[in-house]
Design a binder for this molecule. Structure first.
Ligand SMILES: Nc1nc2c(ncn2[C@@H]2O[C@H](COP(=O)(O)OP(=O)(O)OP(=O)(O)O)[C@@H](O)[C@H]2O)c(=O)[nH]1
Ligand SMILES: [Mg+2]
Length: 229
């Protein structure tokens, strides 16, 4: 009995969230913005990757970040050094951003800036390999990060994140020689969940793979880069 109620509640919750996500996406589409939702377990390297990305693409693209964290603005403060607007959202007891929280971030962007100026909005989700994958926020693509320190089995144990991802970044590649990680097996496990996902191994520390990541980002833009003045 409880299970039935829980399931019905869960379906209603996800349904309401989806309606909000569709509404957020309509705003992004109206403004010509591409929104990318970055998700991973805690510490896989989302913020460091965003730091490298903001630094590298500054001057080429007009970017903003909606930064989700349960309590602090530590990540938001790190990212503010790169000149792009960073909207911090504290989720409190929630282990993921939902579409309503991101709508709040969008409204703050709208109030403080001309939203038409942005090409790209990154959402950094709360570090969690489960719930963020189930709650769309209005993104155009989902980017999952999995660091080499987490183990080859994670795509099998936490399938939804890997099934939903449009792009999978294998992070901290510089650490691989110090570990027993089997990268071929890791990739095979990802492919068994999602045969078509783009897989990009990267190291934010050495810069390996970052050019491929930047090319993937540019291929997602709503306005082709050649037209961005
Ligand atoms: N060796 C190495 N360390 C990295 C790399 N990328 C990130 N790190 C380290 O991993 C730790 C976590 O990085 P963050 O970018 O804060 O991870 P995050 O996913 O944003 O973490 P949460 O927001 O807490 O979920 C930091 O100590 C980083 O310096 C990398 O490419 N190589
Ligand atoms: Mg972070």
């Amino acid at each position: 009995m409880h299970q039935t109620i829980d399931t019905a509640l869960g379906i209603n919750l996800l349904h309401a969230n989806q309606a909000g996500a569709d509404h957020n996406r309509e705003h992004f589409d109206e403004w010509g913005i591409t929104c990318l939702n970055l998700m991973s377990s805690p510490g896989a390297g989302k913020t460091v990757l965003l730091e490298k990305t903001l630094a590298a693409l500054q001057g080429q693209l007009n970017m903003a970040v909606i930064e989700g964290d349960m309590t602090t603005e530590l990540d938001a403060d790190r990212l503010r050094q790169y000149g792009s607007p960073v909207i911090a959202i504290n989720t409190g007891r929630s282990c993921h951003l939902d579409s309503k929280m991101v709508a709040g971030g969008i409204h703050r962007l709208q109030e403080d800036y001309n939203p038409h100026q942005f090409d790209l909005v990154f959402v950094e989700n709360v570090g969690n390999l489960v719930c963020p994958a189930e709650f769309e926020v209005g993104e155009h693509a989902k980017v999952a990060l999995l660091s080499v320190t987490e183990g080859e089995d994670k795509p099998l144990k936490y399938p939804i994140m890997f099934q939903e991802a449009d792009c999978l970044l294998i992070t901290k590649l510089d650490l691989a020689p110090h570990l027993d990680i089997d990268l071929a097996l890791l990739e095979a496990n990802v492919r068994s969940m999602n045969p078509d996902v783009t897989i990009i191994p990267v190291s934010a520390k050495t810069g390996q793979g970052l050019d491929q990541w930047f090319s993937w980002i540019k291929a997602q833009l709503k306005v082709p880069q050649a037209l961005i003045g």
